[in-house]
Each structure stands twice: as structure tokens, then as C-alpha cells.
Design a protein around this ligand. Structure first.
Ligand code: PLP
Ligand code: COI
Length: 353
């Protein structure tokens, strides 16, 4: 495996005090390596966090040949630091890479790059309840070229950001509305890849949702605009009449690692989990019949995020009186318990730094 050279900053920044929010503060260092066709990935190094220089014609600026990941490092009560299922992120990044014609990265090296950078910036992993160090690995196409084709050069960069909760209200239930005008992804598109372009296409709806007092939108399928897909930064689950239903991974939905972990936990606890097509109409019917017991989103940034109000067309559905349901709470406690080392990791999900 290639050696990662480390060049430490001689001007470390002051650590933040007060509420962290999400993704606004960056640590002292970043990881960077380059890819050149014929040579492969080379020159892995950790350097002081700083702007990077790119040619204005770099392909990423024009055709969005870019992919990213998101995971977190958690501080346990004995002061140690751990990651949650990092190989899942490494492997998903390679699947995204394949879809975007980006060269893959050896998963062992990927995890080594992440953990070495976290180790270098370990003092930035916050201690306060509910906080963590968000890790953002990404790859950009850097060829200075305006023809539409796969780039022959890339940069793989990892940056770190100490974070609190993604939503301003923390674990309080969020308000979500179902987007009926725009779509995020279609089958055969890039929806199941973690590609920046997917998010660019979602910003307009996000803006509208925030202006109406909602946290995010829930996307419907891109063909019939009938079936539930996912929320802006989370997969979504519904507890209907005792069973848990989540949209199947049909190609246009991000295969979330929190989603996968949630399904495993629910099955361990004896819940029937259905991964299938679920229409907005079915959710509305279930709510009318008093059978929609809980709804929650899952994601690295969002963790488990209960949904207290869902708008479908002009109907507002209040779920569980707008309060956190018992299953959402149990999932939150268990997942965060494992992540922060408070609950025994019987599933081997934790990766110690
Ligand atoms: N769906 C979208 C669109 C996302 O951006 C995310 C966040 O990464 C998720 C789902 C949840 O995925 P994960 O649980 O792997 O963070
Ligand atoms: C994550 O949960 O890691 C995400 O990538 C969501 C993000 C768009 C903030």
C-alpha cells in the first residue's frame, strides 16, 4: 500500500466554541492524491487545509464529473475515536465511481486515508453530546478540456468538519413535503450514485420547501410521480400497522448505510421490514385509517430523523402527534449508542482509529 506523506501545519487554528451546526468549520489538514491515466493514483499526502488551484477549464466545473461520500468519526466516553462502517462508504464510492467513469480506489487504502487524516486531526473530534467529526471524501475530474468525455486526471480529497446536528431542531420531528413538480432522479440516471450533480438538481425544491417552513422535500419516482423514493439527505421509513416499509432500491435511490443498518436492527428486533414500492396515496390512506404510526428518515448527517408532519398535495398529515415515536427513539438510541460506544457493538460495525 502506498505511503501517505504527512506535512503538518505550523499555524493550527483555534478550535470552535459554541454550537457547531453542520459543515461550516474545517480542520487543520486535508488528504489529497492525484490520478493520472497510465500511472494510477499517486502522491497521497496530508497537507494543511487550504484552497486548491484548478484550471478554469477543469472538467468538474463544466460537466460535474464528481462523486463524494459522507461518514463520521465519533468520540467515545473513554476518549478514543471510532468510525461507523467505513468500508461501506469506500465500496459505495467505488460504485459511484463506476457510474461516473471515475477510477476506483482500493477500499483498504481509502479507509487508511480516512483514518490517517482523522488521526492527524484527532483533537478536532468534538466531545460534546451529539457532536462528531464529519468526513467528506470526494473525487473531482481535473482535465483542462471542454470536450465531454471522461477526464484522464482526478483529485481525491478528504476534508473534515466538526458538526452538531444536521437539522437546527436536533432530534425534534421535522416537517417534510412531497415534491410533485420536480424530480430528483430517474431509473437509469445517477440517482443511486453519490454524485454532486444529483444535489444540484435538488436545490430549487429545497429552497421552496424551506421558504414554506419545511426542512426538506420527499421525492417521488421520476416516471409516474406516484411512488416514494427518498428525502433530500435521507432515506425514509414508514411504520404502518406494525410493519416497517421503506422504498426498495430501484436504481434511483441512494443506498444509504444508515438505511441498511436500520433494516438489520429492525429485523434483529423481530420487525417485518418490507422493501417495496410505496405510493404517496398508500401513505395518505394509512394515515386516514389511523395506521400510519411513525415516519422517519435515516442518514449519516441526519442520523434518525423523525417526521412530525408530512404534506401530500394540500393535505397535511400529522404523524404521532408531531412527536418522536417509540421506534424512532429506540433506533436513534441504539444507532447513536453503537456509534458513540455506549452500546455494545455486536455487529462489528465500529472501526477503531
Ligand atoms: N439519500 C441521500 C440523497 C443522501 O444524501 C443521504 C446521505 O448520505 C442518504 C440518503 C443517507 O445515506 P447514508 O445513510 O449512507 O448517509
Ligand atoms: C450525509 O448524510 O452524509 C450526506 O451526504 C448528506 C449531505 C447531503 C449533507
Amino acid at each position: 500500500m502506498q505511503e501517505i506523506k504527512i506535512y503538518k501545519t505550523d499555524a493550527p487554528k483555534a478550535k470552535p466554541t459554541g454550537a457547531l451546526g453542520f459543515g461550516k468549520i474545517f480542520t487543520d489538514h486535508m488528504f489529497i492524491m492525484e490520478y493520472t491515466a497510465g500511472q494510477g493514483w499517486h502522491d497521497p499526502r496530508i497537507v494543511p487545509y487550504a484552497p486548491i488551484e484548478l484550471d478554469p477549464s477543469a472538467m468538474v466545473f463544466h460537466y460535474a464529473q464528481e462523486i463524494f461520500e459522507g461518514l463520521k468519526a465519533y468520540r467515545t466516553k473513554d476518549g478514543s475515536i471510532q468510525l461507523f462502517r467505513p468500508y461501506e462508504n469506500a465500496n459505495r464510492m467505488n460504485r459511484s465511481a463506476d457510474r461516473l467513469c471515475i477510477p476506483e480506489i482500493d477500499p483498504d487504502f481509502w479507509v487508511k486515508a480516512v483514518s490517517t487524516l482523522v488521526e492527524v486531526d484527532k483533537d478536532w473530534v468534538p466531545y460534546e453530546e451529539g457532536t462528531s467529526l464529519y468526513i467528506r471524501p470526494f473525487v473531482i475530474a481535473t482535465d483542462p478540456m471542454l470536450g465531454v468525455h471522461p477526464s484522464k486526471t482526478y483529485k481525491f480529497i478528504i476534508i473534515l468538519s466538526p458538526v452538531g446536528s444536521y437539522y437546527a431542531g436536533g432530534l425534534s420531528p421535522v416537517r417534510i413535503y412531497i415534491e410533485t413538480k420536480f424530480v430528483r432522479a430517474v431509473r437509469g440516471g445517477t440517482g443511486e450514485a453519490k454524485a454532486g450533480g444529483n444535489y444540484a438538481a435538488s436545490i430549487k425544491s429545497q429552497e421552496v420547501s424551506e421558504s414554506l417552513g419545511f426542512s426538506q422535500v420527499l421525492w417521488l419516482d421520476g416516471v409516474e410521480q406516484k411512488y416514494i423514493e427518498e428525502v433530500g439527505a435521507m432515506n425514509v421509513f414508514f411504520k404502518i400497522d406494525g410493519k416497517v416499509v421503506t422504498p426498495a432500491l430501484v436504481g434511483s435511490i441512494l443506498p444509504g448505510i444508515t438505511r441498511k443498518s436500520t433494516i438489520e436492527l429492525l429485523k434483529d428486533w423481530g420487525y417485518e421490514v418490507e422493501e417495496r414500492r410505496l405510493s404517496a396515496a398508500e401513505v395518505e390512506e394509512a394515515a386516514k385509517a389511523g395506521k400510519l404510526e411513525e415516519m422517519f428518515g435515516t442518514g449519516t448527517a441526519a442520523v434518525i430523523s423523525p417526521v412530525g408532519l408530512l404534506r401530500i398535495g394540500d393535505v397535511d398529515i400529522t404523524i404521532n402527534n408531531g412527536e418522536i415515536g417509540p421506534l424512532s427513539q429506540k433506533l436513534y438510541d441504539t444507532l447513536t449508542g453503537i456509534q458513540w460506544g455506549r452500546v455494545e457493538d455486536t455487529k462489528n460495525w465500529v472501526y477503531k482509529i
